[in-house]
Design a protein around this ligand. Sequence first.
Ligand SMILES: *[C@@H]1O[C@H](CO)[C@@H](O)[C@H](O)[C@H]1NC(C)=O
Ligand SMILES: *[C@@H]1O[C@H](CO)[C@@H](O)[C@H](O)[C@H]1NC(C)=O
Ligand SMILES: *[C@@H]1O[C@H](CO)[C@@H](O)[C@H](O)[C@H]1NC(C)=O
Length: 276
Amino acid sequence: MKKTMDAVILPHRLLLIVTICSSLVVDASFVSTSMSCGAGDMDMSMGNLIPMRREVHGDGRILDITHRYTKDMPSWLSSNGIGQFLWLPNSMKNGSITNNSEMKLPTHTGTHVDAPGHIFDNYFDAGFDVDTLDLAILNGPALLLDVPRDSNLTAQVMKNLNIPKGISRVLFRTLNTDRRLMWKKEFDTSYVGFTNDGSQWLVDNTDIKLIGIDYLSVAAYDDLISPHQILLKSTEIILVEGLKLDDVVPGIYDLHCLPLRLLGAEGSPIRCILIK
Ligand SMILES: *[C@@H]1O[C@H](CO)[C@@H](O)[C@H](O)[C@H]1NC(C)=O
Ligand SMILES: *[C@@H]1O[C@H](CO)[C@@H](O)[C@H](O)[C@H]1NC(C)=O
Ligand SMILES: *[C@@H]1O[C@H](CO)[C@@H](O)[C@H](O)[C@H]1NC(C)=O
């Protein structure tokens, strides 16, 4: 759709090029600077081969709230980040006709989702894996809100937030975002998360079915692991952890989160975006 819109404002010659690049979404800026797409890249000198890497798409309408996977992103209890997770066993430099990477990654890395089997062995055995998570909960209107920076998510804090009944998806932005903890290689146990009474309050007094948080665990480190038990017990609440909530204005958005269909896995990397 965007392609069509861009094409309308472009001169006739570019319109042809845009039409040829049928499978590609071409941004007006990209077309005007390089007049290229796909196979067209071959015409460019190596110096011009700079892909677009962005946090915001579609003129600010789509916000990527997923962290980029890098070897230096934080990993549970590690001071050295996740380390190498990507290899290139077959490469064009080795004479292969394509580049084919392989990855090895703990499923609870970066922006990820927890399934009930993460914390309940009986749920794990029964198959409550990430493939069973309800896409209708992972996708829909969500409230992004700032919580007080001087506390963990206790019952008192939760109460004071006054989250209306009927709100089913909430992304909690905390001191973790201000401290840029997800951008730091070294794991930090002083992150903000739910306490036992905070998670119990949420279960007892709200309609929340999706909880998003801006570090690697919904549970505050000192309260591990019972907030997970309280929140996942019903198998109706989905926990999305390690979200990138920097520079997003609080409010209601359309949230879209899609985990991988990893059969038997109690966690998965997840791509989450907000649409205004
Ligand atoms: C192919 O080359 C890459 C570096 O480009 C290297 O890391 C990898 O081990 C090589 N694989 C084989 C099978 O030689
Ligand atoms: C991957 O493929 C590109 C061509 O598409 C090639 O220029 C590049 O050298 C390859 N990378 C490696 C590491 O072999
Ligand atoms: C939250 O709790 C952790 C311990 O789990 C603690 O280190 C941290 O200081 C607390 N944060 C705030 C803002 O109270």
